[in-house]
Ligand binder design. Structure first.
Ligand SMILES: *Cc1c(COP(=O)(O)O)cnc(C)c1O
Length: 379
């Protein structure tokens, strides 16, 4: 089946007891047992819940994975992957990652003896040079948050696996979603998501997920999911399942709207630089055109007036709401330096105060362009 159909049906069938078309919200913490250990697959809801099982199965199919796990947030999913490591292990990460990911790496796991280094993963020589004998993970975001660098997943996975087949290539696929590309089919080993963003798609739920076809790895992750218990509740799972049904149509429109907004910004005299993988001025436009179905809904840009103009602009938009997060139906605008990426201050990943990031929503593109035009005119 195509991904449009899988997003609606995978992991879900009408409820056998009532015929309900939608997966029920199994709001229960425990499940009755006929005798000790005799149950219908569920015993305690931290270990497993049918609503969560439907979401895990659906997301696994969307990523072309054998296994899926759902978590209470994207960060809980990332935290669970990091727990696979031992002191002395090294992670080679992209030099542009979500601020919360950097914070967890640098401010928490470093003190447990894990080593993190950050390289320009769009430069394959830098990937080769960054790998060490103790490298266990290569951590890719693509497009990266917030600079929208596009990493060639297949090329990086090939280099890492050639150097050491034990290295696991992890892709945070939050920005692209499986609709724009499926990292496992490109050679990655593990995919992680913040389902809070495009997968949920409606800014009404926080969640995370992991997909992999490596069964041994999955067993360890599943053990950790149950042992630590950062699981999503059934209502949250239901909301992501509901959001997923329209993933394909939403991603098509996000991409169409973002391209129009990026072109408008690129032509505007007050704009200094526009970063959007769909513009042929983007340094990895060719990789993006080959790797992605469309170029996604995220744009970063700077103004000729610098940081001060940026602060004024984000306060002057009416349709674009000033808020963290992304991937919802409504358009959002933010300054990463003071908001989503505050934790990178003083680090090599620090984001300049002039950078503006927008999440282009599903409003009419003309309304979005007019809003940015009036906000730019008010500078
Ligand atoms: C938001 C985000 C996360 C963290 O997800 P939460 O659901 O907020 O915990 C991780 N990676 C990327 C790329 C994100 O944008």
């Amino acid at each position: 089946m195509h991904i449009e159909s899988l997003a609606i049906h995978a992991g879900q069938k009408p409820d056998p007891t009532t015929g309900a078309v939608m997966t029920p919200i199994y709001q229960t913490s425990t499940f009755v047992q006929a005798g000790v250990g005799e149950h219908q697959g569920y015993e305690y809801a931290r270990t497993g819940n049918p609503t969560r099982a439907a979401l895990e199965a659906c997301l696994a199919e969307l990523e072309g994975a054998a296994h899926g796990l759902a978590f209470a947030s994207g960060m809980a999913a990332i935290d669970t992957i990091l727990k696979l490591l031992d002191p002395g292990d090294h992670v080679l990460a992209s030099n542009d990652v979500y601020g919360g990911t950097f914070r967890l790496f640098d401010k928490q796991y470093r003190k447990y003896g894990l080593d993190f280094s950050y390289a320009e993963l769009t430069d394959l020589d830098a990937v080769r040079a960054g790998l060490r004998p103790n490298t266990r993970f290569v951590w890719i975001e693509t497009p990266t948050n917030p600079r929208l660098k596009v990493v060639d997943i297949a090329a990086v996975a090939e280099i890492a696996h050639t150097q050491n087949p034990e290295i696991r290539v992890v892709v945070d696929n939050t920005f692209a979603t499986p609709y724009l590309h499926q990292p496992l089919t490109l050679g990655a080993d593990v995919v992680v998501h913040s389902t809070t963003k495009y997968l949920g798609g409606h800014s009404d739920v926080v969640g995370g997920a992991i997909q992999t076809s490596d069964t041994a790895l999955f067993e360890k992750l599943k053990f950790l999911q149950n042992a630590a218990g950062a699981v999503p509740g059934p209502m949250d799972c239901f909301l992501v399942l509901r959001g997923l049904k329209t993933l394909a149509v939403r991603m098509d429109r996000h991409g169409e709207n973002a391209l129009a907004v990026a072109q408008f910004l690129a032509d505007h005299p007050g704009v200094a630089d526009v970063i959007y993988p769909g513009l042929d001025t983007h340094p990895q436009h060719a990789v993006a055109a080959r790797q992605m179905r469309n170029f996604g809904g995220m744009i970063s840009f700077t103004l000729k007036g610098g940081a001060e103009a940026a602060r004024k602009l984000v306060a002057a938009t009416r349709l674009f709401a000033l808020a963290e997060s992304l991937g919802g139906v409504e358009s959002l605008i933010e300054l990463p330096a003071g908001m989503t990426h505050g934790s990178t201050k003083g680090s090599p990943l620090e984001v300049g105060p002039e950078l503006i990031r927008i999440s282009v929503g599903l409003e009419h593109k003309q309304d979005l362009i007019e809003d940015l035009a009036q906000a730019l005119a008010s500078q």
